[in-house]
Structure formats: C-alpha cells, structure tokens
Write a protein that binds this ligand. Structure first.
Ligand code: FRU
Length: 738
C-alpha cells in the first residue's frame, strides 16, 4: 500500500483551501427584474420577477434584495414553469432560498442532461423563504439546468425562489436524510413531540436495512409537549438508525431523543376517562376488526403510535371479556408499501374457507396508498399476531378515490361471505366463497339518505323486529351529520344475499344525534346463545378531533351498546343503550329519590371521581318543555332542553368548560328530533370528558364530549315553574366495578 506522504497531505490542503477560496457564483438573484435567463411557461410567474408580495398574498419575507420569483400571479390557481439556460456546475453545492407551499407539485429541480438529480419543495408552508442546499459534487464540470415548477392549484399552490448560487459551502440549516445511529441496549427510544410542529419523515433502519415504511412524526421544534416511545426491544444488541427526511440543525426533537427502559403512561390526565376505552398513548379513531372469539371481545382501532394527531394509520389492539375492562396488546397491523392500514373488520373463519387454518381470525382493511385497495391478513393465535396475505390487495381500485372500510360477515342462507364497502357516496356489496376472491353484487345509496359528505364505514346486519328479521345498514358520513361534521346514518330494509332494499322511512335517520359518535360498527361472531347486536363508535368528531385538549392520547370510544329495533311512536328506529356489562341501577347502592326534592341535586365526589350515571323520568302532564343541566361551581354546564312543541331535544355545550381549542366545538346547538310523549326516561352516562344521553331506552341518543375544568357535581332542573310536573325515580349510581 502506498504511504500517505506529506506531499499528498499538502496537496490536499492546497486543493481544499483553493476550493474554499473559489468565490460563490450567483446563478440568479432576479435583481435584473427580468427573466432573460429563463424560459417562462404559464401565467403563474408573471412576466418579470416580483417585488415581494403580489396582490392578495400574505407578506413575503426572507428573500434577498428587492426581487424574487413568485408564482402567486393570479393567485394560487395559476400554474407555470421557469426553465433556466444551461450552466456548468463549478462548485460543490447549490444554495437557494425557497418558500410557498409544501406540495409535491410546487418545486425546484436540477436537471443534468435529462435526469433530475435534485428536487425540493418549501420545507415549511410559509411566505418566509428558507435556505436550502443541494450537494452537487458528483456533477462538477457537467452542464445542468434548473426548473422552477408550480403545477398546483388551490391552497398554498405557489412557490417562491430567490438567490440561487453555486458555492463550496453547504449553507442551509436543513439536513436532508440526516441519520442518527444507536447501539440498542434499552427497551425504547423516547421521541420528543410537539403537536403543532410540521411532520418529518423518519425511517427506521436495523443493521443497515430499512424496517417498515417511513413514519411522519411531529418532532419538537420549539418545546417538548410530550414523549412517545419507539419500541426497540426487538433490536437489543443491534445497531439501529433513524433517518430523518429533513431535519433542521439543532432541532430539539432530534437532539433530545433518548434511550429508556421505561415509559410513563399518564393516566392522570385531566380528561383521561374513568370508564371509556382510550389508547395508552397516541391518536385513535375508528373501531376496527371487532370480533368475538374464544371468550374475548377484540377491539382493533385506527391508531397513530407516533403522535396524538391523525396519521401513520396502524391497527391498535385490545381485548376484553366484558367490553369494559380492556387489556392493551401490541400493534396488530402496521403500514407497508401498499399503504397505511385504514378501517375494516374481522371474521372467524370456522370452516377454513380461506385455507389459512380452521378458526383463523381474518382481518379486512383498506390499504391506503396512492389508491385505496382492500387487503387481508390472518391470525392463528387469537389475534396476537397477524400475517398479511401475500397476494394483497384482494380488491383492486376501480378508479374511485374513496373506496374503503370493508365490513365482512358470513351470510349463512347462501353459505358465502358478504362485504359492504364504502364507494364514494354509495355502498357496494361483494360476495366471496374463500375470502380472497370477491365478486361485485350490487350498489346501494343513490338518491337516498344524506349525501353531503363521503360515505364511510358501512355495516350490514340483521335485527329481529316483531318476530321477523330485518336488515339494517349503517353508513357513516363526513361531513354532513345532522349537527355538523360527522355522524352515522342508517337504513332499515331487506337483504336477499345480493341486494339491500330499504323500507320507506323518513331518511336520513341517525344512530346518534350528538356530535361525538362516529364510524361505529358492530361486533362479528357474537354467539347465538347471546344473540345481541353489539356496537361501539369513535367518540370524537373530525371537525375538531385533532385539537381536543388531551395530551399524550387523543380520543375515546363510546360505551359499548346493544342495538334493537324499536317503535318510537311514529316509525321503527334503531335504538341503542349501554350493554348490561357496564352495570345498572342495581349496582353500587344507588341514591334514589322518588320525587324531585332538592334543586339542584348534588353529586358527591364518590360519584364524580369514578364516573357515574344519573337517570330519571320526567312526566310532563301539562308541560310542553323542560330543561336540565349538569353543572359545576364554576358555572360550567352542559344543558339539555326538551321541547314537545318544537319536537326537539337540544344540547347546549357552549359553556361546558374548555371550548376554544376549536372554533366549531361549542356551536351550533346540537339538535335531535323528539316525538311528543307523556313521559321521558333519561339516562346520562357521565365520564370526565363526555356525556352520553339516552332517551326512552335509546330511541333518541346524544353523545357529546365536554371538557369542564372541574367535574360536574350538580344536576339542575328547570321545570318552568310547573309544580304539577313530576320528576321521578331520580337515581344516581356509580359505574360497575370502579
Ligand atoms: C373514518 C375514516 C375511514 C378511514 C379511516 C382512516 O373516520 O375516514 O373512512 O378508513 O377514518 O383513519
């Protein structure tokens, strides 16, 4: 081997210092107020460089001198391209200032010959330009050109570029594909999160190989709001790396990542419910894969383990023997190259129709990649681990953007599986003999029901009514619920194995008129000896779900409920009421008053520190309207108005506690229809951050979240001065087994 001589060393030194002495070369600063060095296409960049902001644009800052390229001419919708004259790459780096939108369609790229060798969009959505650098050493001496492209309409559909230079210095604070490597000897890497920070792509590598797909993580920039654990237990003794798509030098979210053997779950959060299901940490939305098997109720759910906001959809998993006490299990399904794991269902394949094994739990989910397709996975160990089917997806996308949320059940009369699938604003039914090959049967939903939003999360199931079987179809819709945002509508009718035919009823009908019960579906495989149809929904609303004032986790599920067909005095409805497992008046020595004696009724700490139920019957006699409220000493309250003339039951949560985390949480008033009756029996299930109100056994329901700053500890009635009215059987009881 040749020795590294002093001569070599000196010549390297000379070379380096010469290179450093090479002055920066300005490619374009737009100060000539002309695009003479560029070919201009489209109208977005105008005819000459812009002097800062353009008409209708927020203040543009962070550019150099007085002019820059700005594609906001004619607003965000305009499109255009600037292509530079060819130039020679004579330095190691190209530095430039960039701002505007973060879309993949607003970008600057470097072409060497025909080939793109670098591409960047603005690192943040902002009218303040940031300095970005490309390493172009590999192309020194070659001829290149630049293209500045705005091919994006709508919000943030513009790009800002200035001060493009060649330099031997990498000047940006932004590091592309920045890598940190760890020798793993502990269970977790704790990630510092800031909820409002932009998402950074983070790829896990184990011993130099990519594991899974990159996750979008809101790593802290200005302060750490909470920590989330990345479990690395499986890699003990190995080297793992985290590769950050884009990182800022000095980001605390990156520099403060720390190994740990423990992760403290914060169950003392002020709005962590006492008796509703929540994820241990991270974000949760729809219930998925609900199936009963070998004595366990399985609850899978849409889950982001990397932040308390929606993203990186996995299936989280928990099991319970009574739907009240849940055991958290490891994540069941993680995103893969086909996409994120969106909502779906699970069945028990008793006859091994799919060939995965007798009694396999087979899960159906939407692979949400560039297109939405349907995939399957199976478990032979009671849902503890899943194997994805090697020939996924099992249903390709027929060119429908919203094509998702498969709910599958066994249709015994024709010995076949039926899948209900949300297809834009209809539900399409498919059939299969083996769970792998699916045949399209029919489509339901045009010109019936609510259509102001996308149809999601269908569920078709039978319920008995007056000795006959009727079929019920649940369809969640977002937006377009009766009170804004999302809600779940249903249809009652018949199903013959191919087609669902609805009865004539005053659609849309809603399973819950409150703002916070969405994407709910029913459990599969409940034993015939039990015979119940059991339901549970996501207790939140897309209108504000990502900003509710919880911290380490976001969202709870509703109470599990039993569904029944019931006549409401006008027509049949699907009534829902908490399952018997959650307890009733018999438990825990209720406080019972026969008549309304005190006003307001105090609720002791024993109750509000556990979660409680209060129920009563109001006999109206001559009264047309009455109201009551749950309230605390700070004057925070959730108010309920019943009006038999207006025929509605209204919930007002404008003063319910914290409301300003979103501008559409408190308003509007939340209205449900009310059939005039002589008496109403009302049950309120109260937890730290929710009240579920059931009227007459659940023929009208309102589920609403609330964030009081101290617990509601009084029930207050306003009977409009009418003493003839009676409020009877006022019962206050604790939740079972608390
Ligand atoms: C409903 C929904 C589903 C989808 C999932 C994604 O809330 O939009 O349609 O599968 O959430 O998390």
């Amino acid at each position: 081997m040749r020795k590294f001589s002093l001569y070599n060393f000196l010549s390297l030194l000379v070379l380096t210092s010469c290179q450093n002495q090479e002055p920066d070369l300005m490619i374009e600063d737009f100060e000539s107020v002309s695009f003479a060095n560029w070919t201009v296409e489209g109208d977005a960049f105008g005819e000459t460089p812009a002097q800062g902001s353009l008409s209708g644009e927020q203040l543009v800052t962070g550019f150099q001198g007085s002019y820059l390229a700005n594609s906001f001419h004619n607003g965000d919708d305009s499109r255009g391209i600037l292509t530079s004259k060819p130039f020679r790459i004579e330095r190691d780096f190209i530095n430039f200032l960039i701002g505007g939108g973060m879309s993949e369609d607003t970008y600057i790229e470097l072409l060497v010959g025909e080939q793109r060798v670098a591409k960047s969009h603005s690192p943040v959505e902002s009218e303040t330009l940031q300095l970005v650098s490309w390493d172009v050493k590999a192309y020194r001496g070659q001829e290149a050109s630049l293209r500045i492209v705005d091919n994006q309409r709508g919000s943030w559909g513009h790009i800002l570029i200035d001060a493009i230079e060649q330099s031997n210095q990498y000047k940006s604070n932004i590091m592309e594909n920045y890598t940190l490597t760890y020798d793993i000897s502990q269970k977790y890497l704790l990630l510092p999160i800031e909820d409002s920070a932009p998402e950074t792509k983070v790829q896990l590598m184990v011993e130099g190989k990519e594991v899974g797909v990159a996750m979008d993580i809101r790593l802290a920039k200005t302060h750490i709001e909470y920590w989330l654990p990345l479990s690395v237990d499986a890699y003990r003794g190995k080297k793992i790396s985290l590769v950050f798509g884009q990182a800022m030098k000095g980001d605390m979210g990156i520099s403060q990542i720390k190994p740990s053997d423990t992760f403290d779950l914060n169950y003392d959060e002020p709005y962590r419910p006492y008796y509703h299901f929540t994820p241990e940490y991270g974000w949760m939305n729809d219930p998925n894969g609900m199936v009963y098997h070998n004595g366990e109720y399985h609850l899978f759910y849409q889950y982001n383990p990397y932040g308390a906001r929606w993203g990186n959809m996995h299936w989280g998993h928990a099991v319970s023997e009574d739907m009240m006490h849940w055991k958290h299990l490891p994540i069941a399904l993680a995103p893969d190259p086909l996409g994120a794991i969106f909502s779906g269902s699970a069945v028990v394949d008793k006859d091994n129709t799919a060939g995965f094994g007798k009694g396999a739990i087979v899960a159906f989910y939407t692979s949400a990649g560039e297109q939405q397709t349907q995939s399957i996975a199976y478990s032979l160990d009671n849902g503890r681990t899943f194997t994805k089917y090697e020939h996924n997806p099992v249903i390709a996308n027929p060119n429908i953007a919203d094509f998702r949320d498969p709910k599958v059940f066994w249709y015994a009369p024709q010995r076949k599986w039926i899948m209900s699938l949300a297809t834009s604003q209809t539900i399409t039914f498919y059939a299969s003999k083996n769970l792998k090959e699916w045949e399209r049967l029919s489509e339901f939903g045009q010109n019936i029901g609510a259509h102001t939003g996308v149809w999601e999360c269908p569920d078709l199931f039978p319920l008995s009514y007056e000795g006959k079987t009727k079929w019920v179809l649940f369809v969640s819709i977002n937006p377009g619920g009766p009170n804004g945002g999302n809600a779940t509508q249903y249809f009652i009718g018949d199903f013959d194995g191919t087609t669902f035919t609805p009865e004539a009823l005053p659609y849309p009908l809603w399973i819950d008129y409150g703002r916070d019960n969405y994407a709910g579906v029913t459990w599969n495989n409940i034993p015939e000896s039990d015979g119940r149809r059991l339901f549970l929904g996501w207790m939140n609303n897309w209108d504000y779900g990502n900003s509710v004032p919880t911290k380490n986790f976001r969202s709870a599920m509703t109470l599990p409920r039993e569904l029944r067909l019931q006549h409401n005095g006008s027509h049949p409805v699907v009534a829902s009421f908490p399952v018997k497992e959650v307890g009733d008046e018999q438990d825990n020595q209720p406080i019972i008053m026969n008549k309304l004696a005190e006003n307001p009724l105090p609720i002791g700490a024993d109750f509000y520190n556990n979660g409680y139920v209060v129920s009563f019957t109001v006999k109206l006699n001559a009264l047309k309207a009455f109201e009551f409220a749950l309230q605390n000493s700070k004057g925070e309250k959730i108010v309920y108005y019943f009006d038999t003339e207006e025929k509605n039951f209204v919930v007002d949560r404008r003063k319910s506690g914290l409301t300003d985390f979103s501008n559409n949480f408190a308003d509007p008033l939340i209205v449900a229809p009310l059939i005039p009756k002589k008496s109403y029996t009302i049950h309120l299930w109260v937890d730290k951050a929710s009240v579920e109100a059931f009227v007459n056994g659940g023929e009208v329901v309102q589920t609403n979240t609330v964030f009081p700053t101290e617990p509601y500890n009084q029930l207050w009635f306003d009977l409009r001065g009418n003493t003839v009215v009676s409020v009877e059987n006022i019962t206050l009881y604790k939740i079972k087994n608390q």
